[in-house]
Design a protein around this ligand. Structure first.
Ligand SMILES: Cc1ncc(C[n+]2csc(CCO)c2C)c(N)n1
Length: 227
C-alpha cells in the first residue's frame, strides 16, 4: 500500500463521520441549542467512558515496544486524565454536579459495550490493536471540533464553546495526529489480512461513536438496576 494507512481508513470512515455532523446532538453543540439535560447526560456517561478509556492508554504504554511509543501513550494518558476530564469537571461544577456524582455514574449498556469492545480487542492483540481501538475516538472528536469551529458563533457566543474550542485546539489536534502517526507506523509491513483486521476495529469503533451520540441524544441509560 503506497498511500498512508490513515488515508485509506479515512475513505472508509468518512461516510460514518459525516453522519455525526448531521446528528441532532452534535448539531446542537455547534449551534448552542442543545438541551442542557442532554449535555449533562453526555458529561456523566462520557466521564465513566473516559475512566475505562484511560486504561487503554496505560495498556498501550505497557505493550509498547520502544520508548517513543511508551512516551506517546503516557502523554495520551495524561491528556485524558488532566486536560479532557477537566473540561467535564468544569462543566459539571457549573451544573452543581460533583466529582463524586460524575465518578459514580452507572455506565449505560452502550457505554459498557463500547469500552468493553475496545478493552477486549486491545488485550487480545498487540500494540497495533490498542492504536486501532483508540484512533476513531481521538481523531473523530478532533474532526467534529474542527468542523463545528467553522460554524457561526461556535467558538465564542455559545454555551458549548469551550467544548468546541477544546476538541479543535492545537493540543488535541496534536494528540490525534500522534495517534494517526502511530497507526501508520504500525501498519508498515503488515499483511493485507492484518490491515483488514485493523480497519474493522476502526469501523466498529466509529459505529459505536454514532451509537454514543444517539444514546445521549435520547437520554438512554439502560441501568442494570431496574427499579
Ligand atoms: C465517546 C467519546 N469518544 C471520543 C472522545 C474523545 N476522546 C477520548 S480520549 C481523547 C484524547 C485524549 O484525551 C479524546 C479526544 C470522548 N471524549 N468520548
Amino acid at each position: 500500500m503506497n498511500q498512508l494507512f490513515t488515508d485509506h481508513l479515512w475513505k472508509k470512515v468518512e461516510p460514518i463521520w459525516s453522519s455525526y455532523l448531521e446528528h441532532p446532538f452534535v448539531k446542537g453543540l455547534g449551534n448552542g441549542t442543545l438541551e442542557q439535560d442532554k449535555f449533562k447526560h453526555w458529561l456523566k456517561q462520557d466521564y465513566v467512558y473516559l475512566m475505562d478509556y484511560s486504561r487503554l492508554f496505560a495498556l498501550g504504554s505497557a505493550k509498547a515496544e520502544d520508548l517513543e511509543t511508551m512516551t506517546i501513550f503516557a502523554k495520551l494518558l495524561h491528556g485524558v486524565l488532566d486536560l479532557e476530564m477537566d473540561l467535564h469537571r468544569k462543566y459539571a461544577a457549573d451544573f452543581g454536579i460533583t466529582r463524586e456524582d460524575l465518578e459514580s455514574t452507572e455506565p449505560s449498556a452502550i457505554t459498557t459495550a463500547y469500552t468493553s469492545y475496545m478493552l477486549n480487542v486491545s488485550q487480545r492483540g498487540g500494540i497495533e490493536n490498542v492504536v486501532a481501538s483508540v484512533l476513531a475516538c481521538e481523531w473523530s472528536y478532533n474532526f467534529i471540533g474542527k468542523s463545528l469551529a467553522t460554524w457561526p458563533g461556535a467558538l465564542d457566543e455559545n454555551f458549548y464553546s469551550s467544548w468546541v474550542k477544546m476538541y479543535q485546539s492545537p493540543e488535541f489536534t496534536e494528540l490525534a495526529d500522534n495517534c494517526k502517526h502511530l497507526m501508520n507506523k504500525m501498519a508498515k509491513g503488515k499483511s493485507e489480512e492484518d490491515l483488514t483486521r485493523l480497519e474493522e476495529i476502526v469501523i466498529r469503533t466509529s459505529q459505536f461513536e454514532y451509537m454514543f451520540w444517539d444514546m445521549v441524544e435520547k437520554r438512554e441509560d439502560w441501568p442494570v438496576s431496574l427499579n
